[in-house]
Design a protein. Structure first.
Length: 72
């Protein structure tokens, strides 16, 4: 089973980008995101940004992931 995670875009180079959340950085493709910008929050699955998220939703999702991480 794979899960999508929300990341904040910190770098964009063409169709490649770097995203960050909870101290981790990941590279991703942004083919499906029109005009990706630094500061955008996106849902990432299997190395692809699949959806742009409102900041409020992204921060709530990240907080939920942190809660799970802390429980382990």
């Amino acid at each position: 089973m794979c899960l999508a995670i929300p990341l904040k875009i910190t770098e964009v180079k063409g169709k490649e980008a770097i995203g960050e959340a909870m101290g981790m950085k990941r590279s991703m493709r942004v083919d499906f995101i029109p005009e990706p910008k630094i500061g955008d929050y996106v849902m990432v699955h299997a190395g692809f940004a699949i959806e742009r998220l409102p900041e409020k939703q992204a921060l709530e999702d990240i907080a939920a992931w942190k809660e799970v991480q802390d429980a382990l």
